[in-house]
Design a protein around this ligand. Sequence first.
Ligand code: ZN
Length: 165
Amino acid sequence: MASSSSSYNSPCAACKFLRRKCLPGCLFAPYFPPEEPQKFANVHKIFGASNVTKLLNELLPHQREDAVNSLAYEAEARVRDPVYGCVGAITFLQRQVQRLQKELDAANADLLRYACHDISSPPPPAFQPFAVSDGIYRQSSSSYSLPWADSSSEDINNGGGGGNL
Ligand SMILES: [Zn+2]
């Protein structure tokens, strides 16, 4: 078995898999190095070597690496999930986006309620640093800007204890 240092002489993964001589200028050699045999095995299983050859020949050389990598990604997904392949991953991520969008909408609605009404319940833990001077939440909105955006918030804290209301 050839060591990895002599990979210059060893056939590319595609030629090795297809048991043929890897000639100089082999179309597959730049994209299927001998160190990644599974990459070609997957692509060949799903798309077929002749289809991949045809596809690469129809592309400009600078597009081929991206094409091979996307084929390899799709092929691996199809090998792992013969029913849905990539579509399974896309669907999973779309559902995740929808779920997170709903969570975000709910969080924004909560935020709006906190901003618009007097709060009887304590603010969420993220706001804890500002809950120390509880008084600022009860001041009128015209007398202060949001604590985390206000460089003069030190004055409010120094005023202390809400006793100046
Ligand atoms: Zn080759």
